[in-house]
Design a protein around this ligand. Structure first.
Ligand code: BGC
Length: 356
């Protein structure tokens, strides 16, 4: 049995913990994440919860099943009803939250759009993300160099296929825009050819960024175009993220490709399976977005909001959500390859070498 002194010590500790959460500088924060099926969102959620709690905030962290829009809407509704004082949202469909966020606006609850912009809502106070256009540029630039597009001509072109995410994710416009800024001139000159003809972002879209959807589409393209190690050449695949890259790699591996004849394939997120693929030669690069820095930037925003201080932003022109430009903080994405993954992923403590 616990002694009286022991119990009163515990009681004092509880009071102290309660006191932290109820000071003017701490808040109850709702964090709504889209899915647990992709590694990055689990990491984002965990990083955010840990950093927010370290700052003394109380956290309600919820995942919307597997990208289930009605679940996300319900969870946000509950956060508003539960007395959350700030809400952070990584939306599934950026345009599906207009109604529910009216409730947040009425209660003057600041909303931070996390990673993906929430569209058509004047309830969004800030946006924290990575420089999404630069993500696409890093992919396009890497692909152009690695596939030797500068030396290609209309007579001797290079062959490419395109895979991006769903068009309801506003980031896709930026990933696509950044990559196409680099690649479109080669398509226009004929130095780069897409045999399937699927060159618009709508045609290249992957529902929910789902790995198996990308695999299926790649398999269909292989069958219809006749890509094969000893058939029609495929030099490069622009994949906007690692889930797409993994689906494409699986389709190629089951169609006779191996590391000696893989096309250049881009990616994004440095998911563990993709880093493994990079090491094996089944993916050429990924884009590292350090979710720790995004989480800590959002915590800084929340601390400033709660204290009534100026919120740090570094972009006030790029991200218009249909109701006006949302003040944004853009973190810096970095290209990751076989040559630098150790330095940026392992030495920085993001992964242990044994995990990848
Ligand atoms: C994120 C990417 C992620 C993708 C799929 C995008 O909005 O910016 O990092 O790969 O969603 O979850």
């Amino acid at each position: 049995m616990k002694s009286k002194t022991g119990l009163s010590l515990i009681f004092c500790a509880m009071l102290a913990a309660g006191a932290v959460a109820s000071t003017a500088e701490a808040a109850k924060v709702g964090v709504s994440m889209p899915t647990q099926s992709l590694q990055r969102w689990n990491q984002d959620g965990a990083n955010m919860k840990a950093s927010l709690e370290k700052s003394g905030h109380e956290v309600e962290l919820l995942y919307a099943g597997d990208n289930d829009i009605p679940t996300q809407v319900n969870q946000i509704e509950n956060m508003i009803a539960d007395g959350c004082e700030v809400i952070v949202i990584a939306s599934i469909d950026g345009s599906a939250l207009t109604e529910v966020l009216k409730g947040a606006k009425e209660k003057k609850i600041p909303v931070i759009a996390y990673d993906r912009l929430i569209m058509n809502s004047d309830a969004v106070s800030y946006y924290a993300t990575f420089d999404n256009f630069k993500v696409g540029e890093l992919q396009g630039t890497y692909l152009a160099k690695k596939a030797g597009l500068d030396k290609a001509t209309a007579k001797e072109p290079k062959y490419i296929e395109f895979f991006t995410g769903p068009t309801d994710d506003n980031n896709v416009n930026f990933f696509w825009g950044g990559a196409m800024k680099v690649l479109q001139p080669y398509l226009d000159s004929g130095a780069l050819v897409c045999k399937s003809g699927q060159t618009t972002k709508e045609q290249a879209a992957t529902l929910n960024w789902n790995n198996e959807e990308a695999q299926k589409r790649m398999e269909n393209i292989i069958a219809s175009v006749g890509y094969a190690p000893d058939g029609q050449r495929l030099d490069a695949v622009l994949a906007s993220n690692d889930a797409c890259a993994q689906g494409v790699a699986t389709a190629l591996l089951s169609n006779g490709y191996d590391a000696s004849n893989f096309p250049v394939i881009t990616g994004q997120d440095c998911d563990k399976p993709s880093v493994k693929n990079i090491k094996k030669g089944y993916q050429s690069m990924s884009v590292f977005k350090d979710t720790r820095s995004l989480a800590s930037q959002v915590v800084k925003m929340i601390d400033a909001i709660v204290k009534g201080e100026t919120v740090e932003v570094n972009d006030t022109t790029t991200y218009n959500n249909g109701t006006g430009v949302i003040p944004s903080y853009l973190c810096n994405p970095v290209a990751a390859t076989k040559d630098n993954y150790k330095e940026i992923l392992v030495d920085s403590g993001y992964y242990k070498e044994s995990e990848i």
